[in-house]
Write a new protein. Structure first.
Length: 463
């Protein structure tokens, strides 16, 4: 069996975890490193198992709790088979920590990057290895949605492998309370706003809103804006917004914020009010829905939360206590639209062991292990729905796969400075909706500068 050692909390909020093969120790991760700008030697492309024994691979990423447990379940067979020691450092602020590590000359071998904009930036600066030659067979089998590989590429070369997708177009609700109170699941935005008003009029708070995302404070609000803009203004406007072909002051963007204000800008619609929303994280918000005495009844959050939901409420199938419905459309007959977030695997230090682990993680066999544990939708296709661990994960994956309109999370694709300004903007809007014009103008100033500095016209980023 592989061995896992949990370390202490470091200054940068890094939780260090290690799993090793039979030897329990490996060579320093920098040994034999090929600089990312150099051409890969044939020995890296054709890895012999005996090259891996006693070596070490380091990873940096955001995973904690059930996500990290599932990662170890995926990695343990690799460690046992090849006697490789794997160290995972977990941080809520991957972007800042990774940039600092690179600047200090202490980059990890691999990183799980939640921003494709950051992938492109680091690749443009020469810090990431191209993956096309290393993962040719895996990519050919992957069946990734249109535009996803392009969004993690620079100059036609792939630098970030889309790995875990999250369906961000689902609204969690307490099904037992809905039945007891005879509330109806809304099918349109108009019905959703009406239901929110009905619940508030009864003296209850309809929504849990969690804007404290740690290093990504406000990210939950960006999911709202993305879902609304895609449905209300359509995919073409969404794509132009992501590419910055329209400014943040465009009517389509303003309309999305104003429609969100129909939910968050009304008295008693958000549990605990604005202050609580700004201080609450996603896990706490889910707890409000499934407490013995619920404090909220609706919450927009992605499918990756399923394993954490299972800790609070039993996964007893559709129509029972823990459930969700698709984010409603803005009109009858409108096709199902899904916004999907994605985390990408990036290679910073090219060694036989780092390439071997990357290939293992990209394999269908490894991803099936995580799928069966819940909370994981592979970014590439090829895993049958029957493999999903529970009906909720299966439905989230089906909804993503069968969407008539599928778009990547907008902030995930934007330059990091724009994504940060976007997150700050949604928090400011919740605090003071009357300042919307000034908020959008401030984000536009950041976007104008950031897209120009990045040299991105965005033509391939938002298909």
């Amino acid at each position: 069996m592989g061995r896992r050692c949990r370390g202490t909390l470091l200054v940068l909020c890094l939780t260090v975890l290690v799993i090793g093969g039979a030897r329990g120790r490996g060579a320093p991760s920098g040994a034999g490193t090929v600089p990312v700008r150099s051409q890969l030697p044939a020995a890296v492309l054709e890895i012999r198992p005996e090259e891996l024994a006693g070596t070490e691979v380091t990873l940096l990423g955001p995973w904690t709790g059930p996500d990290l447990d599932s990662f170890w379940a995926v990695v343990e067979p690799f460690c046992r088979q090849y006697d490789v020691r794997v160290t995972f450092e977990s941080t809520p602020d991957v972007s800042s920590v990774l940039v600092a590590r690179i600047a200090a000359g202490a980059a990890p071998d691999l990183a799980v990057i939640p921003s494709l904009g950051l992938v492109r930036r680091l690749a443009g600066e020469g810090h990431l290895a191209g993956l096309g030659g290393l993962l040719g067979a895996s990519l050919a089998r992957g069946g990734f949605p249109e535009g996803w590989l392009e969004a993690a590429s620079v100059g036609g070369e792939l630098f970030g492998l889309p790995y875990r997708a999250t369906n961000e177009s689902i609204v969690w609700y307490n099904a037992e309370e809905f039945r007891r109170r005879k509330w109806t699941i809304p099918l349109t935005w108009k019905e959703l706003v009406a239901l929110s008003g009905e619940i508030a009029a009864s003296g209850l708070s309809p929504w849990a809103l969690a804007l404290d995302g740690g290093a990504a404070r406000g990210e939950a609000g960006t999911d709202w804006i993305e879902n609304i803009l895609l449905r209300a203004s359509g995919p073409e406007a969404y794509d132009r917004w992501v590419r910055h072909s329209i400014p943040w002051t465009d009517p389509a963007v303003r309309d999305a914020f104003e429609r969100w204000g129909e939910i968050v800008g009304r008295p008693r619609h958000v549990s605990g009010g604005v202050r609580r929303a700004l201080e609450m994280d996603g896990e706490e918000a889910m707890g409000l829905l499934y407490a013995a005495v619920p404090e909220a009844y609706l919450h927009l959050q992605g499918s990756a939360v399923v394993p954490r939901v299972a800790k609070r409420a039993p996964l007893r199938g559709p129509g029972r206590e823990c459930d969700f419905f698709p984010m409603p459309s803005f009109g009858e007959g409108q096709g199902a639209a899904v916004v999907a977030d994605v985390e990408a695997l990036a290679l910073l230090r090219v060694t036989p062991q780092s390439v071997a682990l990357l290939r293992h993680l990209a394999s269908v066999e490894a991803q099936v292990v995580w799928v069966r544990r819940g909370g994981f939708i592979p970014a590439g296709c090829g895993i049958e729905l029957k493999e999903y661990a529970d009906p909720l994960s299966r439905r989230a994956a089906r909804q993503l796969a069968e969407a008539s309109v599928l778009r990547l999370d907008a902030s995930c694709q934007m330059p990091p400075a724009v994504a940060e300004a976007f997150r700050e903007g949604v928090c400011e809007f919740v605090e003071n909706p009357a300042r919307l014009g000034a908020i959008l103008a401030a984000v536009e100033r950041v976007a104008h500068r950031a897209y120009r500095e990045a040299g991105e016209d965005g033509d391939a980023l938002a298909r």
